[in-house]
Structure formats: structure tokens, C-alpha cells
Design a protein around this ligand. Structure first.
Ligand SMILES: Cc1cc2nc3c(=O)[nH]c(=O)nc-3n(C[C@H](O)[C@H](O)[C@H](O)COP(=O)(O)OP(=O)(O)OC[C@H]3O[C@@H](n4cnc5c(N)ncnc54)[C@H](O)[C@@H]3O)c2cc1C
Length: 392
């Protein structure tokens, strides 16, 4: 990949809305991505390998549980700080951001919010320093957008449960040490369990052949009569609202992350357009290319403000699930459109690994599908504004 010359774009001086701490955290993540991710990410994607050696660095910049209180090993930061870290990570690659999102919002968050004190003390500090890596099992082969139909189940055997079923499309599953697994009990109530890699009957086959999120490992979780001690159940929340609460947190991070990918595509295309000469002039001087670039920075700026406002509301515990859906949907959509337009500005060079754009574009095809598809987020907005449920 060509040298990483990324410069961020702040057309409406949004930095003035950030605190000094926000900027320090954002800049530290930005520098780290430039130093540790940009030089290796293209190769990792081409080989379809998650670069595990970056895990300690992710922990060091506070990407694992930024908003988890310091007493449990987190960084105790606010929601905007969390968002800014996700933005910078996805500027590097959506797969790297995915690993941090899963660890923070889908593994640490449920243990913090729904776990007991023993579980928090046992797992959170190790997840924060990256000595334990987690994954989150909600999606099943026959239940994606409709996770409430899940078949994975637990049966009460006195001092333990017996877990059976399977999950698929699980980020980090091939190397995760623990999995937060959602399963139905005998009364059909969804419960969260902490399943450990060493448990007999638990396997995590990797899913190969992806054209998207190639630097993120994806796999299955297969449970064949797995004996899970009762102390591994998350006691403080059950029902579908429990996993959906985790998804709110992760979707919020994705909303920020998508801006990072969009900014990287825009920055690359802008620089290229100024340098590439055709018909004796830089292609940036042609109106058609200016139109693309002008629309990109407009959409990025709108997304920055929407997302900053969402971050304020989230820090005040006022953000609704529907607002998070709207923001995730908007930002991923604009990021994907920007990636497609930016790729065209680079002509043939845009399809190569010399530049990050095609990789972002391919990654965003997963980002627009996971954590609730684009359609599902639209239906959430539709339901919120009309009071009518169009899902069923
Ligand atoms: C790379 C990757 C990583 C992932 N990581 C995780 C993970 O870590 N943990 C996890 O649990 N899951 C994970 N997922 C799964 C992801 O969340 C699901 O793929 C997603 O929820 C959609 O489910 P599905 O693929 O089964 O699609 P389906 O639900 O089968 O949907 C197919 C199509 O039908 C549409 N559709 C569905 N229902 C409706 C409706 N009511 N009205 C209108 N249209 C509808 C959808 O919008 C979509 O376009 C991951 C997926 C990918 C691709």
C-alpha cells in the first residue's frame, strides 16, 4: 500500500465542539493507526488474516472498553471519546474497528451491565488489557434479522446448564477466549451466558471466502452438550432487550466508524484528483470530479454533526435506540456511496491495493449488513415515527 498521507477533514470546525481530552484521545488513536495499522493492513486483507499482533496496541490506546469504569480496567471515558476512537480505527480498516467494537460493546458492555460483581472482576480487567478476547453470539443460520426466533437453548441441570445449538457470522470467534452467547431457557426466555473456549463440546470453525472484512476473523460457534456452570449466566437482564441493548452500544460505535472510512476515501480521492493530470490539467479541475468531491465533504460534515449530537445524547443517557439506528444507517450509507465515488475518481488505480478505497468499499458491504441491516434500521425509524410495526 502507498504511504499513508491521511489528513483529517473538519470543514465546519467541529473540533471546537470537542474537549482537549477528546482531541488527545482521538489524536493518539489516529497516530497509532498510521503507525501500526496502515503499514500492515493491505497485506492482512489480501491474506485474509486478522493481525493478532495489534491486540496489545489496541488495548494501550484504550480501544477495549473506553467507557467501562476504571475500577474494572476500562478507561472511564465518555461516549464521544469512544466514538472518536472507533472513527480513527475504521479510518484504518473496518475489520480493526469491528474487533474493538465487539470487545467493548458486545462483550465488556453486557458483563458490565448485566453481570454480577464476581463476573465483572473476573473478566473485565483482562478484556480491557487484551489478555482475553471475546466474541458475541446472537445470529444463527436461520435467524439473522429476527434473532428472537433463535433455537440455541439451555437446559437446567441443577448446578449447571447444558447448552446446545449454533451461531454463525460471529466476529472474532476463531480466536476468542470467551463468547457471550444468547440462548433460550426452558421457558423460552433469552439469557446471556459466558462460554469459555476450554469448555467441552464448544467449537469455533472459521468462515472462509469472504470478500469483505478480510482482516477480521469470522466464524461459527457450535455447542454440542456444553456444560456451562450456573455462575456463568448473566443474572441482571434477560429477554431480547438484553442483546439489543448491547447492539445499541455497538451500532453507536459503527456510526462513528463509518465516518472514519468515509473520510479516508474522501481524503485519498481529493489528493489523487489534485495530482492526476488528464487533458493537460489536474482532474480536480473538471466540474464532474468537483461535484463528486463537494458532495462527499457535504455528507461527511452532516454525518459528523449528527453523530456528535448523538454522542452528547448518549453521554447524557438520552439517546434512543431509534436515534442510534438512524445515525448508523445514514453514516454507513454515505460512507459506502463515498467509497464508490472515490473509487471512480482514482480510475483504474482505485481497484488496486495501493490505495485503501476498494478495501473500505468491500468492508462497508458487511458494515451495512451487520448489527441490523440497512432495511431493518429504516423499519426501526419507520416504526418510531408512525407507531406501526412493519417488521411482521
Ligand atoms: C462480517 C460479518 C460479521 C458479523 N459479526 C456478527 C457477530 O459478531 N455476532 C452476531 O451475532 N452476528 C454477526 N453478524 C451477523 C449479522 O448481524 C447478520 O448478518 C444480520 O443481522 C443480518 O442477518 P442475515 O444475514 O441472516 O440476513 P437476513 O435476516 O436473512 O436478511 C436478508 C435480507 O432480508 C431483509 N429483511 C429481513 N427481514 C426483513 C423485514 N422484516 N422486512 C424487510 N426486509 C427484511 C434484510 O434487510 C436483508 O436485506 C455478522 C455478519 C457479517 C457479514
Amino acid at each position: 500500500m502507498a504511504e499513508d498521507l491521511y489528513q483529517s477533514h473538519d470543514y465546519f470546525y467541529m473540533d471546537e465542539l470537542l474537549t482537549e481530552e477528546h482531541k488527545l484521545i482521538r489524536n493518539a488513536a489516529r497516530e497509532w493507526v498510521k503507525r501500526e495499522v496502515s503499514p500492515i493492513i493491505e497485506d492482512a486483507c489480501q491474506k485474509a488474516e486478522f493481525p493478532k499482533n495489534i491486540l496489545p496496541g489496541l488495548a494501550e490506546i484504550g480501544a477495549f472498553g473506553p467507557y467501562i469504569p476504571t475500577e474494572y480496567g476500562g478507561a472511564g471515558l465518555d461516549q464521544i471519546s469512544y466514538g472518536l476512537i472507533m472513527q480513527e480505527l475504521e479510518r484504518g480498516d473496518s475489520g480493526i474497528r469491528s474487533t474493538a467494537s465487539v470487545q467493548s460493546s458486545l462483550v465488556m458492555f453486557p458483563i458490565w451491565k448485566y453481570g454480577n460483581e464476581d463476573q465483572k472482576k473476573k473478566y473485565l480487567p483482562k478484556l480491557a488489557d487484551g489478555s482475553l478476547i471475546g466474541c458475541f453470539g446472537l445470529t444463527e443460520p436461520d435467524y439473522g434479522s429476527n434473532p428472537g426466533g433463535m433455537k440455541t437453548n439451555i437446559k437446567d441441570k441443577g448446578n449447571h446448564f447444558i447448552l446446545n445449538g449454533s451461531k454463525m457470522w460471529i466476529s472474532n470467534s476463531p480466536f476468542a477466549d470467551i463468547a457471550i452467547v444468547w440462548a433460550k431457557d426452558e421457558s423460552n426466555r433469552i439469557k446471556g451466558l459466558i462460554v469459555e473456549r476450554e469448555m467441552d463440546g464448544f467449537t469455533t470453525p472459521e468462515t472462509h471466502g469472504k470478500w469483505s472484512l478480510r482482516a477480521s476473523a469470522t466464524g461459527e460457534l457450535v455447542f454440542d452438550n456444553v456444560k456451562v456452570p450456573k455462575e456463568n449466566i448473566l443474572p441482571n437482564k434477560d429477554g431480547l432487550g438484553a442483546p439489543l441493548g448491547c447492539l445499541d452500544s455497538a451500532r453507536y460505535g459503527i456510526a462513528w466508524g463509518a465516518i472514519g472510512a468515509a473520510m479516508d476515501c474522501y481524503d485519498t480521492a481529493l489528493r489523487y484528483a489534485k495530482e492526476r493530470i488528464q487533458f493537460g490539467k489536474p482532474i480536480a479541475s473538471f466540474q464532474l470530479q468537483q461535484r463528486k468531491l463537494a458532495k462527499m465533504i457535504t455528507e461527511i460534515t452532516k454525518a459528523q454533526f449528527l453523530t456528535w449530537r448523538l454522542g452528547v445524547l448518549k453521554s447524557e443517557n438520552r439517546a434512543t435506540s431509534a436515534q442510534i439506528s438512524m445515525c448508523k444507517r445514514n453514516n454507513v450509507e454515505i460512507a459506502l456511496k463515498i467509497a464508490r465515488e472515490a473509487r471512480q475518481i482514482l480510475g483504474a488505480m482505485g481497484i488496486t491495493g495501493e490505495y485503501s478505497i476498494m478495501r473500505h468499499m468491500m468492508n462497508l458491504e458487511s458494515v451495512i449488513t451487520y448489527e441490523g441491516t440497512h432495511d431493518i434500521h429504516l423499519l426501526i425509524t419507520g416504526m418510531d415515527i408512525t407507531g406501526e410495526n412493519a417488521f411482521k
